[in-house]
Each structure stands twice: as C-alpha cells, then as structure tokens.
Design a protein around this ligand. Structure first.
Ligand code: NAG
Length: 401
C-alpha cells in the first residue's frame, strides 16, 4: 500500500495584501518546494458602498475578476516559472481578507455567469491549472467589513457547482475556509460544496485574538491558557470541526502561517461576550505598557493597526535583535515557538508566537496521522531563505520528479 502523494499548496502574495503588505518578487520564488502555487490575489469588480479601490468600481465590468498590472505581469511569467518544476500546478486565488464583491457575484445565476466567464478567460489567457476562491466570509462578511447576506451560504454552493460544470475536468477548483467554529456550521455548506472541489484549504491560523495568546497552536496550552471559551482555538480543534461537519480528511489541507502574531490581548482588554455587561467587565487586561508598544513601533509595527509579523522579519529583527531583547521558547503542548520580552519590572511577557522548522515538521506529522491531503501555507514571500517551505516538503516526503 502506498500513501497518496501529499500536497504543499503555497500562497504567494504577488499583488499586495491588506495584512501581508506589498506584493513580493515572483522571480525569487523557489517552486521546487511546493506542489501547488496559489498566486494571490485577483479581486472582484463590485458596487459595494465601502469599496475604496477605484479600479474595482467600473460598472461595465461588475462581477468580473480584476487583475492589477503587477498581477498580470507576474502571471505572464508563469510559463518561465514552471521550468523549475514541471509538475507544479498554478492557480489564481481570488479574494483574501477584506476583498469585496463575492456576495454580489454569487447572488444570481446571471451574476455568477459573468464571474465564471471571467474565470474561464483568465485560466485560458494565462494557461493556469485552476482557480481558488478565498471568500472571507460568506454569511459573516468579515464581521460586517464587507457586504454579506444569509443567502451567501447557498449561493456559494451554486457558484462552486457552476464553476465545476463550466471548467474542463482537469482544471482545479479549490477554496480557502476560515478557522472560525461558525464557518462549517452556518457560513458554508461544507458537505454540499465538497463534491465540486479538488481539495479545501483550512486557514488554521489568526487565532491570537480576544483572550488567546497563540496564533496557530496545534493544541491548547495549559501554560498560556485562553480565558474566554469562545476564543479557545487550535489547529486540531478547527480540523475536527470541519471533519465533524462531514469533510473527509483527504479533502482537507492544514493551513500553516509563515508569520507570527502578537496577541491582541497584549494591547486590548479581553472580553467574554457570554458575560453580562461584558464590555465594561473585561476578563483580561492588556499586559503591554508604553515601553513594549514603543519597542514594537520602533521595529516598524503599530500594534493598534495590525499584529502580523512575517517569519523572515521574526528571524532578522526579533530573534537576531542586536540588543537581544527577545528570548526564544518552545511550548510543548501548543507545539509552536514563541518569544518573550522583559517588562520594566523584569517580568517575562508573551510577545508573539509563530512557526519555525520544528513546528512545521510537527504539523506535517499531524497531517500524516490524521490522513489529511496535505498542507497549505500563507505565504511564501514571508519565508526565510525558503526554510519553512523546504522543511514542509521534506517532512511531507515531497520529492521532485
Ligand atoms: C487570511 C487571508 C490573507 C491574510 C492572512 C493573514 C489567506 C489564504 N487569506 O485571512 O489575506 O493576509 O489570512 O492574516 O491566508
């Protein structure tokens, strides 16, 4: 018996991303380390009131996919890139955090047809192997950041069904789904969409919000516990939620963040929304003071705006800090590394958790034990000399053919 070949699906932020920053240099990508490249992102022409990108407001192109000049230039380089790894599959990923237009594009048979026509055009023009949709999120609309409606759930199923029926069968159709426990319950009909998809990428990261310390812990930690039950997340918990909703393990890729996050609770009170008068009675208090906030600011991070730190910057700026202000730790329950800093009073403060080759290897072992399809990671431009992608390829036994 031979285990099926495992996948390593690497997102690459080429076009620019609200969180990950400006698009990276496609000429620096080592695509021998991955099986699938999800080039990010195509966006959607839309008429949402909150749209700030003027280019997306062209009414004559409503519901079509918009590619920025940088994205188009990069996609023209894909044939050259394939020479490194002839087996590589390349998909355009549409959406990302804060991307508008999905709710409208999925809304009716007519709007879906316009969107799907645009998918076909792009796949054909650039000779791509498929399309990936990163709708964050149907029904929920990123907690009101983008337009949403209750019908999104069934409209998403219809959209995926119609894409599958339109694209040739050898083209890949995939999605990224959010870690939130509500996603497999009320946002996405996972059982209904699964037959139309080659595989599903689970975004098992971005958990360092509310009263939780860790960002992409494999399991819960008793040393650094999450206070409010609703905030308590781990990659294993998310995978189990999706499997319980009816997905087969082999359809699912485990998401790995090539970045860390400073816990939101370091700078914001933690609220347990199940408690009475919750907002006035936070269950945790911020533990960073002016000194810690100022230190991150000097390193280039405004923690009131975002808490995202790329792995390559964690290595060069934090671990290799010339003033040695950060201390490395390993949490053997969470199975991820984290860094501490010393408070003015000499107290050890949790600064951020992230992934390193050791945690990536353990996630690969988890993928094998659970019988998952493979790994997905966000995003290749944040890797440090390809060491996380290389570790993942090695641990998943991905060899160049
Ligand atoms: C997700 C988004 C991405 C964002 C990242 C990190 C994927 C596939 N998509 O919300 O736009 O930058 O997480 O927060 O990861």
């Amino acid at each position: 018996l031979f285990a099926a070949d495992l996948m390593s699906v690497g997102y690459f932020n080429g076009g620019g991303d609200v969180t990950a920053g400006p698009g990276g240099d496609i000429d620096k990508l080592d695509v021998r380390q991955i099986t699938h490249l999800n080039y990010s992102f195509g966006l959607i022409y839309n008429n949402e009131a909150g749209e700030t990108n003027a280019a997306l407001k062209d009414a004559s192109k409503l519901h079509q996919i918009w590619l920025s000049p940088k994205v188009m230039a990069d996609l023209h380089k894909i044939p050259e890139l394939r020479k490194q790894n002839p087996q590589l599959k390349v998909l355009l990923s549409v959406g990302g955090w804060g991307a508008r237009g999905f709710s409208g594009a999925a809304d009716s048979k007519e709007s879906r047809a316009v969107f799907i026509r645009s998918v076909q055009d792009i796949v054909n023009t650039y000779g791509l192997d498929g399309i990936d949709l990163d709708w964050e999120y149907p029904v929920n609309g990123a907690w009101g950041l983008v337009d949403k409606q209750p019908a999104d759930k069934d409209n998403f199923t219809a959209l995926l069904k119609e894409i599958r029926e339109t694209l040739p069968k050898e083209k890949l159709v995939t999605v990224a789904l959010g870690a939130n426990a509500e996603s497999p319950k009320s946002w996405v009909d996972v059982k209904a969409i699964a037959p139309y998809l080659n595989y599903i990428n689970l975004m098992t990261y971005d958990m360092a919000y509310g009263t939780q310390y860790f960002n992409s812990n494999l399991y819960d930690s008793t040393k650094w516990p999450t206070v409010a039950a609703a905030d308590k997340y781990s990659a294993d918990f998310v995978v189990n939620n999706y499997l319980a909703a009816g997905l087969k393990p082999e359809q699912v890729n485990l998401g790995i963040g090539f970045y860390g996050r400073v816990p939101k609770r370091s700078v914001e009170p933690g609220i347990d929304w199940t408690k009475a008068d919750a907002e006035k009675n936070p269950v945790t208090q911020p533990y960073f003071g002016a000194k810690e906030i100022g230190m991150f600011k000097a390193l280039g991070y405004d923690l009131t705006k975002d808490t995202y730190v790329k792995y390559n910057d964690i290595v060069s700026k934090l671990i290799n800090d010339p003033e040695k202000r950060f201390t490395e730790h390993w949490d053997d329950q969470a199975k991820v590394p984290w860094l501490s800093i010393k408070s003015a009073e000499g107290k050890e403060l949790f600064a951020l958790s992230y992934e390193n080759p050791r945690s990536v290897d353990l996630k690969a072992q988890y993928i094998k034990e659970k019988g998952l399809g493979g790994a997905m990671f966000w995003e290749y431009g944040a890797d440090d000399h390809n060491q996380l992608a290389k570790q993942l390829a090695t641990s998943l036994d991905i060899k160049q053919k």
